[in-house]
Ligand binder design. Structure first.
Ligand code: SAM
Ligand code: SF4
Length: 349
């Protein structure tokens, strides 16, 4: 399939801003923005089935507040923004928000991570906006298994989104969490999608981010990146490494004869921290400079406390400059480390 080059509505390129660097020499370039903590699925590795305490709406950042923060971060070097959640399309007026985001000087790449249930009708608007790539979370191609994992019978809608994205020429990256005893038999069928389609199928190590704790650490993970690769090579033969973009978390591979690629994200083994260029903003305005930290800055308090742009920029810069060296250090620094990790739905993945 040929990927169309779409006319982009993104703001014209602004003069390059030299990015802020942390004390380990890593640049700030990429913002992952959780626009909501709410979701229409209940993936068991992410959320409990019942008893979820969503934040009251007034405690979530408004779109205006997100735009102000993103604009300030663009001034510090951020040029790429990924919308996530919860499920981004559960929040009303997401597309108009994206249109305004695209107008911010310096932001030249907007993408999103979605479960695909509500996404298909919005695909033409995403294409018009110039969205180049969408990460679609999909752990199995089997409807019954999908229901067991997500506790909702929505696979047909997710597949509709998958095909709509391909038809619109938007690059699709499938994200599948690898779960022992749950979807191991789905790995080869999912990776096989890359044979005839120009998709990137990425397998993510399961992390203990569902309110539970994993005191034992990565050594206890039954399916780590090494075993996932071996499993795929047992079926497809050698996976040939392809060069990774700066700051990428996935190790990407080509399978002989496949149009697309497969990737493995060592999210729990944390092999990629040395080049991490990202910042996370949670739906209630918490800044995380590492997926594994417990939040290092409350931007909502700054925004609603009447702080000036200069004061907020100073706080953001200080937070980014003092990042943990890697996810293990960030985890050790958590006061809540002994208890549990929060749900990924509040962090955005
Ligand atoms: N709802 C959207 C979705 O599912 O694509 C966006 C938010 S979701 C939290 C972002 C990503 O985090 C998804 O690809 C999901 O599979 C991944 N994720 C959630 N919990 C995880 C866990 N415990 N381990 C590994 N990945 C996880
Ligand atoms: Fe929802 Fe995404 Fe979490 Fe699944 S992984 S429950 S779709 S936020």
């Amino acid at each position: 399939m040929v990927i169309n080059v779409l006319p982009s509505l993104l703001a014209p390129a602004a003069p390059a801003i030299s990015p802020l660097y942390d004390q380990h020499g890593r640049p700030l370039e990429y913002l992952r923005l959780a626009v909501t903590d709410r979701c229409n699925l209940r993936c068991f590795y992410c959320m409990p089935e019942e008893g979820i305490k969503y934040m009251p709406k007034h405690e979530l950042l408004s779109y205006e507040e997100m735009l102000r923060l993103t604009g300030l971060l663009a001034g510090l070097g951020v040029r790429k923004v990924r919308l996530t959640g919860g499920e981004p399309f559960v929040r009303r007026d997401l597309v108009p928000f994206m249109e305004r985001l695209a107008e911010l000087p310096g932001i030249d790449d907007i993408s999103l991570t979605t479960n695909g249930v509500l996404t298909a009708p919005h695909v033409p608007a995403l294409a018009r906006l110039g969205v180049k790539a969408v990460n679609l979370s999909l752990d199995t191609l089997d409807r019954e298994r999908f229901f067991q994992i997500t506790r909702r019978d929505e696979l047909p809608k997710v597949l509709e989104t998958f095909h709509a994205l391909l038809d619109a020429g938007i690059q699709v990256k499938i994200n599948a969490v690898v779960m022992d005893g749950q979807n191991i038999d789905a790995l080869v069928p999912l990776a096989s999608l890359s044979r005839d389609l120009p998709v990137d199928v990425r397998f993510i190590e399961e992390m203990p981010f569902n309110g539970g704790s994993h005191e034992a650490g990565p050594a206890s993970l039954p399916w780590n990146h090494v075993r996932i690769r071996q499993h795929l090579e047992d079926h497809f033969g050698a996976l040939l490494p392809v060069s990774m973009a700066a700051g990428a978390t996935a190790s990407e591979y080509r399978v002989a004869g496949h149009q697309g690629t497969v990737g493995i994200i060592a999210a729990y083994s944390r092999t990629f921290c040395g080049t991490c260029n990202r910042l996370r903003l949670t739906a209630e305005g918490g800044i995380k400079t590492c997926l594994y930290d417990q939040g290092v800055l409350d931007t909502r308090a700054l925004l609603r406390g009447g702080k000036s742009d200069e004061e907020i920029v100073a706080a953001l810069s200080a937070a980014f400059r003092h990042r943990a060296a890697n996810g293990f250090e960030a985890e050790r620094q958590r006061p809540l480390h002994q208890l549990s990790f929060e749900s990924m739905a509040t962090i955005g993945g």
